[in-house]
Each structure stands twice: as C-alpha cells, then as structure tokens.
Design a protein around this ligand. Structure first.
Ligand code: NDP
Length: 266
C-alpha cells in the first residue's frame, strides 16, 4: 500500500543517476519528501526537479519537499557535516537508501589499481557504514526507521575479475545481515536489495543498465553497452520498484533480502 509513504522522509545516496535517481523519483511520486545525495551537483539538481514534477503529477498534497545535497559518501567529514546542509524540516529521516556504489575495472589480481581498490571500499563499504551509523542512532532514539542497502549478486557469488567489487558487496551483505539481527524485535527494519544475474553463467555481471557499466569500463560506452547484447537488461526503474515496495510494506513486515535478475542471461 503506497499510501504508507505519504509524508515520509527518505534519504537516497547516489541519487544523481541510475537506480538512485529512479528511486528518488518513485518515492516523490508516492508522496514522500526526499533528500538526494551524490557528488555531481548538476545531475542531482535535475533529479530533484524530476522529483518535484512527479510529486506534482501525483496530485498528493503531503510530502513533496526535496533537497539536493552535494556529498561524497567516502568523505567522513562531509558526512559529519550533512545536517548543516539539509533544511531543518527534512532532518527527521524515516528511510535511508544506501545506494551509492560503483566498480572500476575487471582486472585480475596482480594488475589491480590500488587507488581504485581504496576508492571502491571507501564508497561501497565505509561510506555505507558511516551513513548507517549516523541514521541508525536517530532511528534508535525514535524507535522507527528503515535501512535499505544496495547489495548485489556480487555479494553472494564471486567471479573472475571481480575480486574487489565482490569483496565490497560481500561486506555489504555481511553488514546488512548483522544489522538486521541487531535490530530484530525493534520497529527498525533492514532490507538488502541484490540486483544482478547468475555470475556462474555469464562472464560479466551487472544486469541493470545504468551508468554503472560505463564507470566499470572507465567511460568506454561501447564496451559498456556490449554487456547487454541480445538480452533485455533490468532498468533503474525495475530496482526502484523493489526498493519502494519493500518500504511500503506494513510496519510489522520486514523484507530482509530481494534478489532480482533479468529473465534472460547473456
Ligand atoms: P550508477 O553509476 O548509475 O549510479 C551510482 C550512483 O552512486 C551515482 O548517482 C553516483 O553519483 C553515486 N556515487 C558514486 N560514488 C559516490 C560517492 N563517493 N559519494 C556519493 N555518491 C556516489 O549505477 P547504479 O544505479 O547501477 O548503481 C547503484 C547501486 O546499485 C550501486 O551500489 C551498485 O553497486 C548497485 N548495483 C548495480 C548493478 C547494475 O547492474 N547496475 C547490479 C548490482 C548492484 P555521483 O557520481 O554524482 O557521485
């Protein structure tokens, strides 16, 4: 029942493109307020405009406040200063969507760029942990809240060329599972959404067609597109629908994990 989202305040990291952008817009359509976080201010502002348009179109008269906040989740200082950049009326967050994340390169061990290793862990793991720490303290105080983490099939199945990315997503999976167990018997819910495909079947996973694949191939759009040759990939919207669905369950229902694949595999 989507009416459960009306007037809620949602914080989405990595909201400037792909799954995060689609999620922000879908929450806006459902009558929520949304705080959008990412590093690219211009792209973020456009998504915030799309949120306002979706909310207007919905005809709902609650929610509909949006704040685009330029923030790098790998920077602990920026996270510590977050609330100074968020309007007062949006500081009482109900749902945190930890979506910011990326993979760069598919090199095998021995050829991996060490700086990229640090960047991936700093965003995919440490950023997600810092954001969760910040919000869970508030959730515990008010005894309500929902943490929704973007994991991946890469958090379950390793693959050749995925040593670092799969290590980061295994960490997200372990962290989400521990958090779920810590908060069991409280009204605070924890969900992990795991998009992907059967890694054991195909060489290159990552079946949601977003900028993810372009980042993975370091800007080579042709190589990024080739991954989806001959099949219909998932869209950011497909995953956003799972996220919003999990958030809109009745308060006594906790969707712990959702594994989403496209019907066809490369
Ligand atoms: P996109 O590349 O489209 O989106 C990633 C988002 O994360 C962007 O908005 C980017 O914004 C943001 N981001 C990256 N680094 C940072 C940072 N340090 N601080 C703040 N924001 C950051 O990819 P997707 O939408 O596909 O990916 C979203 C999530 O889904 C990721 O966690 C990814 O691992 C996961 N996933 C994706 C799959 C796929 O096939 N696409 C499959 C499985 C999981 P900006 O550059 O403006 O900061």
């Amino acid at each position: 029942n989507a009416t459960r989202l009306i007037g809620k305040t949602v914080l989405v990291t990595g909201a400037s493109s792909g799954i995060g952008a689609a999620t922000a817009v879908l929450f806006a359509k459902g009558g929520a307020n949304v705080i959008l976080l990412a590093r690219r201010a211009e792209a973020l502002a456009k998504v915030a405009e799309a949120c306002a348009a979706a909310h207007k179109e919905s005809g709902l008269h609650q929610g509909g406040r949006f704040a685009a906040v330029q923030l790098d989740v790998s920077d602990k200082k920026q996270i510590a200063d977050l609330w100074t950049k968020v309007p007062q009326e949006l500081r009482d967050v109900d749902i945190l969507v930890n979506n910011a994340g990326f993979v760069k390169g598919l090199e095998h061990v021995g050829d991996i760029n060490e700086q990229e290793v640090e960047e991936m862990f700093a965003t995919n793991v440490l950023g997600l942990i810092s954001m969760t720490q910040l919000l869970v303290r508030d959730f515990k105080k008010k005894q309500s809240g929902h943490v929704i983490n973007l994991g991946s099939i890469a958090g379950i199945e390793p693959y050749a060329g995925g040593s670092i990315y799969t290590a980061t997503k295994h960490a997200v999976n372990a962290f989400s599972g521990s958090l779920l167990r810590e908060l069991v018997n409280t009204p605070i819910r924890v969900t992990e959404i795991q998009p992907g495909n059967l890694c054991s079947y195909t060489f290159i996973p990552g079946m949601v067609e977003t900028e993810f694949s372009i980042v993975r191939f370091r800007g080579n759009e042709e190589a990024a597109k080739k991954v989806y040759d001959g099949l219909e990939p998932l869209t950011g919207q497909d995953i956003a629908e799972e996220i919003v669905w999990a958030a809109a369950r009745p308060p006594h229902v906790n969707i712990a994990q959702v594994l989403v694949f496209p019907v066809n595999q490369a």
